[in-house]
Design a protein around this ligand. Structure first.
Ligand code: NAD
Length: 370
């Protein structure tokens, strides 16, 4: 693990220098999250669209580099945020690891397991630290749910459901050439649903098998705009994942986790219902019923709330580098969520149940046209 020469001065650390690769929609959340952290400083950005990079750099008071090589050559960039289209994450990330940069990779890790594995291997060989964005793990409701699970308060888990029923217009898909393509984006589950799919796996543990179907109903795109899957977890519990960009006008993202001693329901990162069995009592006697929202993630204004979870994950990566530990959301976590998405697509295409782990090489082509 590399420690930049100037990272400690007089006992206090100087902020870690960040570079952002890709200055589109999500990059401003990264820039604002970095700006909110005393341990971080945005140094430079780059984008194949030079005008976009220049105006972004002006807005966020950093340098615009003409290309990736120039950004990666900067000694004052310790960590890069990979904010390019999803199917380019591995390609760009591998170049960054070769330059010794630590990585914040936007979700999904990539759109194929083969590419994701190449990136994970490259990061391991370079000895750099990588986290894959799953910012909702840092939402207040998820932090509380994780605590309840770690305390065993839900008992043995039996059923878990994750649902992302959103609406995206055709104009959204038409806004950039990579959107709605198998090669660079994936569909409603790969792009939008993967957030809550990851939360489901975080709560329920590894998936053993997937049975799924999908459809493309309201958009002119090659990918699915509705996906539905039944999961069997390695623990023996079962669950479902639903994702769509065709549900008008869109509903809150929802996670339901049920065990032998309790159920927690989360909507948009907040606990809206928590029912736990009384301590020492038989299931059926309720200890608490919470209907109403948990406190927000600790930030004051709505602008802070928008960036709070990204900021928390980026801070966790900086702490992991400084403390020589793995980050809270690892590359393996990002791979596990990607593997379930790939299994859903394979199951839907082949009309069969897919068992995990998926054998290496089986799903190398994200378009499924092998
Ligand atoms: N965590 C979240 O909530 C969240 C939200 C939105 C997007 N994302 C993810 O962020 C990524 C980007 O999505 P977006 O909506 O910002 O896309 P976008 O199209 O708005 O931005 C992507 C940018 O990358 C640039 N680019 C493309 N190829 C490049 C290359 N080789 N080198 C440098 N720049 C390059 C494009 O010119 C564009 O400006 C996707 O992987 C997406 O899944 C995550």
């Amino acid at each position: 693990m590399t420690e930049p020469a100037d990272s400690r001065r007089g006992g206090t650390r100087t902020p870690r220098g960040f570079g952002i690769i890709g200055t589109g929609v999500i990059s401003s959340i990264h820039a604002r999250a970095i700006a909110s952290l005393p341990d971080a400083r945005l140094v430079a950005v780059t984008d194949v669209d030079h005008e976009r990079a220049n105006s972004f750099a002006a807005a966020h008071e950093c340098a615009a580099e003409p290309d990736l090589d120039h950004l990666l050559a900067r000694g004052d960039v310790d960590i890069v945020s990979v904010c390019v289209p999803s199917g380019l994450h591995a390609e760009v990330g591998i170049r960054a690891t070769a330059a010794g940069k630590h990585l914040v990779v936007e979700k999904p890790l990539d759109v194929s397991l083969e590419a994701a594995d190449r990136l994970i291997a490259a990061a391991g060989a370079a000895g750099v630290v990588m986290t894959v964005i799953s910012q909702h793990r840092f939402d207040s409701g998820l932090i509380e749910l994780r605590r309840l699970l770690d305390d065993g308060q839900l008992g043995r888990l039996v059923l878990g459901e994750a649902s992302t029923k959103w609406y995206r217009s055709q104009a959204y898909y038409d806004s950039a050439g990579w959107r709605g393509t198998w090669a660079l984006d994936g569909g409603s589950l790969m792009n939008q649903g993967i957030h809550y799919a990851d939360l489901l796996l975080w709560c329920m543990g590894p998936v053993a098998e997937v049975t799924a179907m999908f459809s493309t109903q309201t958009h002119q795109v090659e990918v699915e705009d509705a996906a539905l899957a039944m999961l069997r977890f390695a623990s023996g519990a079962v669950g479902t994942v639903v994702a769509s960009t065709a549900v008008f006008p869109g509903l809150p993202q929802r996670l339901e986790i049920s065990g032998t001693r309790g159920t927690v329901v989360i909507e948009d990162g907040e606990i809206i219902r928590c029912e736990l069995s009384a301590e020492g009592a038989e299931p059926g006697q309720l200890r608490s019923v919470t209907a109403g929202r948990s406190a927000p993630a600790g930030a004051a204004g709505s602008a802070d709330l928008e960036i709070a979870s990204h900021a928390a994950q980026i801070k966790d990566l900086i702490d992991a580098i400084n403390e020589d530990r793995v980050p809270s959301v690892t590359a393996a976590d990002g791979r596990a969520a990607l593997e379930v998405v790939c299994a859903v697509y394979e199951s839907a295409r082949a009309g069969r149940t897919v068992r995990l782990p998926i054998p290496a090489g089986l799903l190398d082509d994200p378009a499924g046209s092998r």
